[in-house]
Design a binder for this molecule. Structure first.
Ligand SMILES: NC(=O)c1ccc[n+]([C@@H]2O[C@H](COP(=O)([O-])OP(=O)(O)OC[C@H]3O[C@@H](n4cnc5c(N)ncnc54)[C@H](O)[C@@H]3O)[C@@H](O)[C@H]2O)c1
Length: 297
Protein backbone atom coordinates (compact mmCIF):
# COMPACT_ATOMS: atom_id res chain seq x y z
CA UNK A 1 0.00 0.00 0.00
CA UNK A 2 1.62 3.25 -1.15
CA UNK A 3 0.94 6.55 0.55
CA UNK A 4 0.52 9.78 -1.31
CA UNK A 5 0.52 13.04 0.62
CA UNK A 6 -1.65 15.57 -1.21
CA UNK A 7 -1.12 19.25 -0.42
CA UNK A 8 -3.76 21.56 -1.71
CA UNK A 9 -3.39 25.33 -1.52
CA UNK A 10 -6.32 27.49 -2.52
CA UNK A 11 -7.24 31.18 -2.28
CA UNK A 12 -3.92 32.15 -0.76
CA UNK A 13 -4.76 31.45 2.90
CA UNK A 14 -6.21 27.96 2.89
CA UNK A 15 -3.94 24.99 3.24
CA UNK A 16 -5.29 21.45 3.55
CA UNK A 17 -3.56 18.13 3.78
CA UNK A 18 -5.23 14.80 3.18
CA UNK A 19 -3.45 11.49 3.28
CA UNK A 20 -4.66 9.34 0.41
CA UNK A 21 -3.68 5.69 0.10
CA UNK A 22 -3.27 3.92 -3.23
CA UNK A 23 -3.30 0.12 -3.54
CA UNK A 24 -1.72 -1.98 -6.30
CA UNK A 25 -4.90 -1.64 -8.42
CA UNK A 26 -4.67 2.18 -8.16
CA UNK A 27 -7.68 2.39 -5.82
CA UNK A 28 -7.71 5.43 -3.52
CA UNK A 29 -8.72 5.24 0.13
CA UNK A 30 -8.85 7.74 2.98
CA UNK A 31 -8.89 7.79 6.78
CA UNK A 32 -12.00 8.67 8.72
CA UNK A 33 -12.59 9.40 12.40
CA UNK A 34 -15.68 8.29 14.30
CA UNK A 35 -16.70 10.06 17.51
CA UNK A 36 -18.76 7.70 19.66
CA UNK A 37 -18.74 3.93 19.73
CA UNK A 38 -22.38 3.41 20.65
CA UNK A 39 -25.07 1.98 18.38
CA UNK A 40 -24.28 4.09 15.30
CA UNK A 41 -20.50 4.36 15.80
CA UNK A 42 -20.10 0.60 16.29
CA UNK A 43 -22.14 -0.17 13.16
CA UNK A 44 -20.03 2.30 11.15
CA UNK A 45 -16.75 0.83 12.47
CA UNK A 46 -17.89 -2.73 11.64
CA UNK A 47 -19.13 -1.85 8.15
CA UNK A 48 -15.99 0.18 7.39
CA UNK A 49 -14.05 -3.11 7.43
CA UNK A 50 -15.56 -3.85 4.02
CA UNK A 51 -15.56 -0.31 2.55
CA UNK A 52 -12.56 -0.26 0.19
CA UNK A 53 -12.35 3.56 0.14
CA UNK A 54 -11.77 3.65 3.92
CA UNK A 55 -8.22 2.90 5.05
CA UNK A 56 -8.23 3.57 8.81
CA UNK A 57 -11.05 4.34 11.26
CA UNK A 58 -9.75 6.47 14.12
CA UNK A 59 -12.23 5.99 16.94
CA UNK A 60 -12.74 7.98 20.10
CA UNK A 61 -15.29 7.88 22.89
CA UNK A 62 -15.41 9.21 26.42
CA UNK A 63 -15.52 5.53 27.36
CA UNK A 64 -12.02 4.32 26.45
CA UNK A 65 -13.04 0.75 27.24
CA UNK A 66 -15.70 0.51 24.53
CA UNK A 67 -13.37 2.03 21.90
CA UNK A 68 -10.40 -0.21 22.73
CA UNK A 69 -12.67 -3.28 22.69
CA UNK A 70 -13.63 -2.43 19.10
CA UNK A 71 -9.97 -1.83 18.25
CA UNK A 72 -9.13 -5.36 19.42
CA UNK A 73 -11.84 -6.89 17.21
CA UNK A 74 -11.63 -4.78 14.04
CA UNK A 75 -8.57 -4.49 11.83
CA UNK A 76 -9.12 -0.91 10.59
CA UNK A 77 -9.92 0.65 13.99
CA UNK A 78 -7.31 2.69 15.89
CA UNK A 79 -8.38 4.14 19.24
CA UNK A 80 -7.33 7.74 19.87
CA UNK A 81 -7.88 9.57 23.15
CA UNK A 82 -7.56 12.91 21.35
CA UNK A 83 -8.27 13.53 17.66
CA UNK A 84 -6.13 16.66 17.33
CA UNK A 85 -2.81 14.86 16.63
CA UNK A 86 -4.42 12.86 13.78
CA UNK A 87 -6.56 15.62 12.20
CA UNK A 88 -4.07 16.16 9.35
CA UNK A 89 -4.43 12.50 8.49
CA UNK A 90 -8.25 12.48 8.28
CA UNK A 91 -10.63 13.20 5.41
CA UNK A 92 -13.91 13.02 7.34
CA UNK A 93 -14.98 13.22 11.01
CA UNK A 94 -18.26 11.46 11.84
CA UNK A 95 -19.96 12.63 15.01
CA UNK A 96 -22.11 9.75 16.30
CA UNK A 97 -22.15 10.59 20.00
CA UNK A 98 -24.22 13.48 21.37
CA UNK A 99 -25.03 17.14 20.87
CA UNK A 100 -22.21 18.03 23.29
CA UNK A 101 -19.79 16.06 21.17
CA UNK A 102 -21.05 17.81 18.01
CA UNK A 103 -20.50 21.21 19.66
CA UNK A 104 -16.92 20.30 20.54
CA UNK A 105 -15.73 18.21 17.59
CA UNK A 106 -17.44 19.90 14.61
CA UNK A 107 -15.66 23.29 15.00
CA UNK A 108 -12.41 21.50 15.88
CA UNK A 109 -12.43 19.44 12.67
CA UNK A 110 -13.71 22.22 10.42
CA UNK A 111 -11.03 24.61 11.72
CA UNK A 112 -8.48 22.11 10.41
CA UNK A 113 -10.26 22.02 7.02
CA UNK A 114 -11.69 18.54 7.68
CA UNK A 115 -15.25 17.66 6.59
CA UNK A 116 -17.77 16.69 9.29
CA UNK A 117 -20.83 14.46 9.23
CA UNK A 118 -23.23 15.25 12.08
CA UNK A 119 -25.63 12.60 13.40
CA UNK A 120 -26.82 14.59 16.45
CA UNK A 121 -28.66 16.92 14.06
CA UNK A 122 -30.75 18.48 16.84
CA UNK A 123 -27.68 20.58 17.71
CA UNK A 124 -28.32 22.60 14.52
CA UNK A 125 -31.58 23.89 16.03
CA UNK A 126 -29.28 26.36 17.79
CA UNK A 127 -29.15 28.97 15.04
CA UNK A 128 -26.04 30.64 16.41
CA UNK A 129 -24.10 27.36 16.43
CA UNK A 130 -25.44 26.48 12.97
CA UNK A 131 -24.39 29.85 11.51
CA UNK A 132 -20.98 29.66 13.22
CA UNK A 133 -20.03 26.26 11.84
CA UNK A 134 -21.44 26.92 8.35
CA UNK A 135 -19.47 30.20 8.21
CA UNK A 136 -16.33 28.46 9.48
CA UNK A 137 -16.77 25.69 6.89
CA UNK A 138 -16.99 28.27 4.09
CA UNK A 139 -13.81 29.96 5.35
CA UNK A 140 -11.86 26.73 5.75
CA UNK A 141 -13.08 25.01 2.58
CA UNK A 142 -14.65 22.17 4.61
CA UNK A 143 -18.15 20.68 4.38
CA UNK A 144 -20.83 19.87 6.93
CA UNK A 145 -22.84 16.77 6.01
CA UNK A 146 -26.23 15.97 7.54
CA UNK A 147 -27.37 12.50 6.47
CA UNK A 148 -31.05 11.62 6.05
CA UNK A 149 -30.78 9.49 9.18
CA UNK A 150 -33.96 7.73 10.19
CA UNK A 151 -36.21 9.27 7.52
CA UNK A 152 -36.72 8.90 3.77
CA UNK A 153 -37.54 11.70 1.31
CA UNK A 154 -34.91 14.24 2.41
CA UNK A 155 -33.24 14.17 -1.02
CA UNK A 156 -36.52 15.14 -2.75
CA UNK A 157 -37.29 17.81 -0.14
CA UNK A 158 -33.90 19.54 -0.58
CA UNK A 159 -34.42 19.50 -4.35
CA UNK A 160 -38.04 20.69 -4.09
CA UNK A 161 -37.11 23.67 -1.95
CA UNK A 162 -35.20 25.15 -4.84
CA UNK A 163 -38.68 26.16 -6.01
CA UNK A 164 -41.56 27.33 -3.80
CA UNK A 165 -42.58 25.06 -0.90
CA UNK A 166 -46.06 25.73 0.50
CA UNK A 167 -46.05 23.29 3.39
CA UNK A 168 -44.10 20.51 5.05
CA UNK A 169 -45.74 18.20 7.58
CA UNK A 170 -44.15 15.37 9.53
CA UNK A 171 -46.32 12.90 11.44
CA UNK A 172 -44.33 10.67 13.75
CA UNK A 173 -46.02 7.63 15.29
CA UNK A 174 -44.23 5.65 18.00
CA UNK A 175 -45.07 2.99 20.60
CA UNK A 176 -45.56 4.12 24.23
CA UNK A 177 -42.04 2.97 25.24
CA UNK A 178 -40.58 5.69 22.99
CA UNK A 179 -42.01 8.38 25.29
CA UNK A 180 -40.64 7.01 28.55
CA UNK A 181 -39.37 9.84 30.76
CA UNK A 182 -40.79 12.69 28.64
CA UNK A 183 -41.15 15.61 31.04
CA UNK A 184 -43.62 17.56 28.86
CA UNK A 185 -46.09 14.63 28.96
CA UNK A 186 -45.47 14.09 32.69
CA UNK A 187 -46.27 17.77 33.28
CA UNK A 188 -49.60 17.29 31.52
CA UNK A 189 -50.38 14.15 33.53
CA UNK A 190 -50.04 11.83 30.50
CA UNK A 191 -48.47 8.41 31.08
CA UNK A 192 -47.81 6.98 27.59
CA UNK A 193 -47.58 3.38 28.88
CA UNK A 194 -51.21 3.63 30.05
CA UNK A 195 -52.57 4.70 26.66
CA UNK A 196 -54.71 1.95 25.09
CA UNK A 197 -55.66 3.71 21.86
CA UNK A 198 -53.87 5.77 19.23
CA UNK A 199 -53.46 9.23 20.80
CA UNK A 200 -52.35 12.54 19.34
CA UNK A 201 -49.74 13.94 21.76
CA UNK A 202 -48.59 17.08 19.99
CA UNK A 203 -49.21 19.36 17.05
CA UNK A 204 -47.02 22.38 16.46
CA UNK A 205 -43.86 23.72 14.86
CA UNK A 206 -40.66 21.71 14.45
CA UNK A 207 -38.93 24.17 16.78
CA UNK A 208 -41.43 23.45 19.55
CA UNK A 209 -41.35 19.69 18.86
CA UNK A 210 -37.57 19.64 19.17
CA UNK A 211 -37.87 21.38 22.57
CA UNK A 212 -40.69 19.25 24.00
CA UNK A 213 -39.88 15.87 22.42
CA UNK A 214 -36.12 15.31 22.49
CA UNK A 215 -36.85 11.71 21.41
CA UNK A 216 -37.90 13.09 18.03
CA UNK A 217 -35.27 15.77 17.81
CA UNK A 218 -33.03 14.47 15.01
CA UNK A 219 -35.71 13.60 12.47
CA UNK A 220 -37.66 16.84 13.09
CA UNK A 221 -34.44 18.86 12.79
CA UNK A 222 -33.39 17.09 9.58
CA UNK A 223 -36.78 17.75 7.96
CA UNK A 224 -36.73 21.40 9.08
CA UNK A 225 -33.19 21.97 7.77
CA UNK A 226 -33.93 20.25 4.46
CA UNK A 227 -37.16 22.15 3.84
CA UNK A 228 -38.68 25.34 5.20
CA UNK A 229 -37.11 25.72 8.63
CA UNK A 230 -38.05 25.14 12.26
CA UNK A 231 -40.93 27.67 12.43
CA UNK A 232 -42.84 26.70 9.28
CA UNK A 233 -42.44 22.90 9.43
CA UNK A 234 -45.50 21.35 11.11
CA UNK A 235 -45.03 18.32 13.36
CA UNK A 236 -47.62 15.90 14.69
CA UNK A 237 -46.55 13.33 17.30
CA UNK A 238 -48.73 10.29 17.89
CA UNK A 239 -48.48 7.45 20.42
CA UNK A 240 -49.94 4.15 19.21
CA UNK A 241 -49.85 1.09 21.49
CA UNK A 242 -50.41 -1.15 18.43
CA UNK A 243 -47.23 -0.21 16.55
CA UNK A 244 -43.82 -1.83 16.91
CA UNK A 245 -41.90 0.51 14.58
CA UNK A 246 -41.09 4.22 14.66
CA UNK A 247 -43.07 5.61 11.74
CA UNK A 248 -42.36 8.94 10.02
CA UNK A 249 -44.85 10.24 7.45
CA UNK A 250 -43.35 13.16 5.54
CA UNK A 251 -45.60 15.28 3.32
CA UNK A 252 -44.62 18.32 1.34
CA UNK A 253 -46.36 20.44 -1.26
CA UNK A 254 -44.82 22.99 -3.55
CA UNK A 255 -44.11 24.14 -7.09
CA UNK A 256 -42.35 20.79 -7.71
CA UNK A 257 -45.58 18.85 -6.96
CA UNK A 258 -46.29 16.71 -3.89
CA UNK A 259 -44.18 14.44 -1.73
CA UNK A 260 -45.66 11.68 0.41
CA UNK A 261 -43.14 9.32 2.06
CA UNK A 262 -43.68 6.87 4.91
CA UNK A 263 -40.69 5.31 6.71
CA UNK A 264 -41.34 2.49 9.20
CA UNK A 265 -38.16 2.01 11.16
CA UNK A 266 -36.96 -1.13 12.86
CA UNK A 267 -35.27 -0.09 16.13
CA UNK A 268 -31.61 -1.03 16.65
CA UNK A 269 -31.19 -4.07 18.89
CA UNK A 270 -28.57 -2.32 21.03
CA UNK A 271 -30.43 0.97 21.49
CA UNK A 272 -34.20 0.91 20.71
CA UNK A 273 -34.23 4.74 20.63
CA UNK A 274 -32.04 4.64 17.52
CA UNK A 275 -33.51 3.29 14.27
CA UNK A 276 -31.29 0.86 12.40
CA UNK A 277 -31.81 2.99 9.26
CA UNK A 278 -30.00 5.92 10.95
CA UNK A 279 -26.76 3.89 11.19
CA UNK A 280 -27.21 2.62 7.63
CA UNK A 281 -27.75 6.19 6.44
CA UNK A 282 -24.43 7.25 8.00
CA UNK A 283 -22.63 4.37 6.26
CA UNK A 284 -24.30 5.21 2.95
CA UNK A 285 -23.17 8.84 3.35
CA UNK A 286 -19.56 7.74 4.06
CA UNK A 287 -19.59 5.64 0.89
CA UNK A 288 -20.88 8.59 -1.13
CA UNK A 289 -18.36 11.04 0.34
CA UNK A 290 -15.32 8.77 -0.01
CA UNK A 291 -16.40 6.91 -3.14
CA UNK A 292 -16.46 7.70 -6.84
CA UNK A 293 -20.26 8.03 -7.35
CA UNK A 294 -23.13 9.69 -5.51
CA UNK A 295 -26.60 8.29 -6.24
CA UNK A 296 -29.60 10.12 -4.78
CA UNK A 297 -28.11 13.54 -4.13
N1 LIG B 1 -29.87 11.71 12.55
C1 LIG B 1 -30.68 10.75 12.96
O1 LIG B 1 -31.67 10.40 12.32
C2 LIG B 1 -30.35 10.03 14.24
C3 LIG B 1 -30.99 8.84 14.56
C4 LIG B 1 -30.64 8.19 15.74
C5 LIG B 1 -29.72 8.77 16.60
N2 LIG B 1 -29.13 9.94 16.29
C6 LIG B 1 -28.18 10.60 17.19
O2 LIG B 1 -26.87 10.07 16.97
C7 LIG B 1 -26.14 10.10 18.20
C8 LIG B 1 -25.58 8.69 18.47
O3 LIG B 1 -26.65 7.78 18.59
P1 LIG B 1 -26.39 6.30 19.18
O4 LIG B 1 -27.70 5.60 19.14
O5 LIG B 1 -25.20 5.68 18.55
O6 LIG B 1 -26.06 6.66 20.71
P2 LIG B 1 -25.48 5.69 21.84
O7 LIG B 1 -26.00 6.21 23.13
O8 LIG B 1 -25.69 4.27 21.50
O9 LIG B 1 -23.89 5.96 21.78
C9 LIG B 1 -23.31 7.23 21.99
C10 LIG B 1 -21.82 7.03 22.31
O10 LIG B 1 -21.18 8.31 22.26
C11 LIG B 1 -20.37 8.48 23.41
N3 LIG B 1 -20.34 9.91 23.72
C12 LIG B 1 -21.37 10.72 24.05
N4 LIG B 1 -20.95 11.98 24.22
C13 LIG B 1 -19.62 11.98 23.97
C14 LIG B 1 -18.61 12.99 23.98
N5 LIG B 1 -18.89 14.26 24.30
N6 LIG B 1 -17.34 12.63 23.66
C15 LIG B 1 -17.03 11.35 23.35
N7 LIG B 1 -17.94 10.35 23.33
C16 LIG B 1 -19.22 10.66 23.64
C17 LIG B 1 -21.03 7.65 24.52
O11 LIG B 1 -20.08 7.26 25.49
C18 LIG B 1 -21.58 6.46 23.72
O12 LIG B 1 -20.63 5.40 23.62
C19 LIG B 1 -27.10 10.58 19.29
O13 LIG B 1 -26.92 11.95 19.56
C20 LIG B 1 -28.47 10.37 18.65
O14 LIG B 1 -29.44 11.29 19.14
C21 LIG B 1 -29.42 10.58 15.12
Amino acid sequence: MATLQIHCVASGHLQMQARVYIDSANHLSVNICVIGCGTIGTTIAREAESIPTVETVYLTDRSKECATRLQERLSKVTYVSDIVPVLNDIRLVIEAASQDAARYYAPLAISAGVDVLIMSVGVLHDEEFQNDIFRLARRKGAKVFVPSGAIGGIDALTAGRLGEIEEVTLTTTKPPSAFYGNTYLAGRGIEASELRVRTNLFEGSAGEAVRLFPQNINVAATVALAGIGFDRTKIQIVCDPQVKTNEHHLRAKGSFGELDVVTRNVPSQKNPRTSHLAALSAISAIKKITGEAWIGA
